[in-house]
Write a protein that binds this ligand. Sequence first.
Ligand code: GUN
Length: 300
Amino acid sequence: MGASIIDGKAFAATVREKVATHVARLKADHGITPGLAVVLVGEDPASEVYVRNKGKQTIEVGMNSYEHKLDATTGQEDLLALIDKLNNDPAVHGILCQLPLPDHLDEDLVINAIAPEKDVDGFHISNVGLLGTGQKSMVPCTPLGCLMMLRDHLGSLSGMNAVVIGRSNIVGKPMANLLLKDSCTVTIAHSRTKDIEALCRGADIVVAAVGRPEMVNGDWIREGATVIDVGINRIPAPEKGEGKMKLVGDVDFASAAAKAGAITPVPGGVGPMTIACLLANTVTACSRANGLEEPEGLTA
Ligand code: GUN
């Protein structure tokens, strides 16, 4: 059986279109332009690429983009002062502080200084608590993207067995909470889990978010299951030539695709959904801040 490939690139484009439509309506009907502020401390090359892409896509959907690039030696007080300024700026509806931060900065303190209603990453403890209790919150972008793809592919997720591999605050834990909210039976597996293979074999849905290249093998996948691969790992690719690298997920794509009903590829699966969902969260935050109707199909 060949799995259908869930095309995250195409799906992300439809999410961006929906965002752009809602932004155009906010502008035309209410004179409001949603604004996203991104804060980058230091010069991590991967973060710089990511921030550049965010800025570009923010403009493309018609929103305002505010980039704040700070020196790697920026002190805690100065960073908190900038966040306080953005919290109080009515033109800014979403604030994202790019992680990881340099070691001398306290990541938890910085994240929790962002006003919860502007926390488009959904990392603030208030948003984590709201999601954990099934209340309206800002939802972390990558798990939100995974949920959108699962709903689109499977319809109702109610009663399904889901295994989430990985227990990070950014993906694993919020993903588990979202699946639970959609009435799945959820297991979170991690590095200490016993017989992870057997757990996966019982799953209708497997979400892999561990950061270990091609760890999940086709033998672990139940016939017809839906597999969402969050991993983005760069590994040597000698078959492409000396010193060449390639991107692979946490799932061994070829063997898993032979068993799964549907699967996300890497690249081109979950990856493009993250920024699309960041834009979705920004337009949601802007709508809520103005007491307006939320965009349909862009929230959890
Ligand atoms: N660094 C890598 N991914 C992310 C993300 O989704 N949000 C933030 N703030 N930093 C990141």
